[in-house]
Design a protein around this ligand. Structure first.
Ligand SMILES: Nc1ncnc2c1ncn2[C@@H]1O[C@H](COP(=O)(O)OP(=O)(O)O)[C@@H](O)[C@H]1O
Ligand SMILES: Cc1cn([C@H]2C[C@H](O)[C@@H](COP(=O)(O)O)O2)c(=O)[nH]c1=O
Length: 287
């Protein structure tokens, strides 16, 4: 019974997390930021006032060694609490559906709540430079541009990574190590990971590892756009050019959002155009 009541006390204590997090400058190029202007100070009196924490009162004037062991215990509780609170939220859909807009809104809202956030995008997408993430409407936020997600921990100091609460990932289809990164960040490091990416490529095939992380996710949101040809809901991305490689960076000059009917019709038209072009090339080579 004693063991059970101790466990309950420990559980209720560790789920209550009120420490202020270290302040990281909003202007840092790390794109790791918080609105919290509090500086990091471990503050035992605040904890002592928490009725859920079964700890001695501060006016007992504990010896220094005792305080530091209490501090250590509390830090362990804090770590345990962070480890339990990891989450993964996935936002998918065709191009122009508002995936980046939604990701930025969510990250900004977390930041507004005083949480430390960072955003990562693929360095393959050089459309708007490497230091910012930009929506199709021009909304911008500083970010890390990486080839692999594994580089993120290496680039950040150990402390900075520890202090991070929320990690946003855009253009997730371009990251081969998406699954490993997300599971480690959420399951072991207690991070909230918000992932935005294309579920399908221009041929509606599964794109990169985005669909692989669905089993890891707390939530999955599929957004839609408006079909550029009829205005109905658009679920797919049509490539308007003849290029056939899976990865082709571009915006509205190359791609358009379409409904099912216009995807099918569009693919037929593009395929026909490709055949005509190829036959012209062949005719030209015979001449
Ligand atoms: N065909 C289009 N061409 C250019 N911009 C578009 C088109 N359709 C929608 N948009 C704009 O793009 C915005 C979404 O941008 P963004 O969040 O970057 O989308 P995603 O990340 O899903 O590609 C929409 O709110 C809309 O204003
Ligand atoms: C369909 C499709 C898209 N891409 C590229 C094109 C863009 O650079 C990004 C998607 O950006 P968005 O934020 O979702 O608008 O992916 C590609 O390489 N291959 C494709 O099939």
């Amino acid at each position: 019974m004693l063991a059970i009541s101790r466990m309950k006390a420990l559980i209720s204590a560790t789920t209550f997390s009120t420490y202020s997090v270290p302040h990281i400058s909003k202007t840092t190029p790390l794109a790791l930021s918080s609105l919290a202007s509090k500086s990091f100070s471990f503050n035992p009196p605040t904890l002592f006032q928490n009725p859920n924490l079964l700890l001695p009162k501060p006016n007992l004037f504990l010896p220094k060694t005792c305080i530091s062991s209490v501090q250590n215990r509390c830090m362990q509780m804090e770590t345990a609490s962070r480890q339990r609170s990891g989450e993964i939220h996935v936002i998918v859909g065709p191009m122009f559906a508002g995936k980046t807009t939604t990701l930025l809104r969510k990250v900004q809202s977390e930041r507004g709540d005083g949480r430390n956030v960072a955003i990562i995008k693929s360095s393959k997408d050089t459309r708007y430079g490497l230091d910012s993430i930009v929506t199709h409407d021009g909304v911008k936020m500083p970010c890390w541009a990486l080839t692999h997600l594994s580089a993120f921990k290496q680039k950040l100091s150990h402390d900075a990574y520890d202090q991070l609460d929320v990690i946003g990932i855009d253009e997730a289809q371009f990251f081969d190590d998406l699954y490993d990164f997300c599971s480690e960040a959420a399951d072991h490091d207690g991070k909230k990971v918000i992932v935005a990416g294309l579920d399908g490529d221009y041929l509606r095939r599964s794109f990169g590892s985005v669909l692989d992380i669905i089993p890891l996710a707390d939530s999955v949101t599929k957004l839609t756009s408006r079909c550029e040809l009829c205005g109905n809901r658009a679920f797919f991305t049509l490539r308007k050019t003849e290029e056939m490689q899976t990865e082709l960076i571009g915006g509205a000059e190359v791609y358009m959002p379409v409904c099912r009917q216009h995807y099918v019709g569009g693919q037929v038209a593009i395929e026909a155009a490709r055949v005509v072009l190829e036959s012209r090339v062949q005719c030209g080579s015979y001449a």
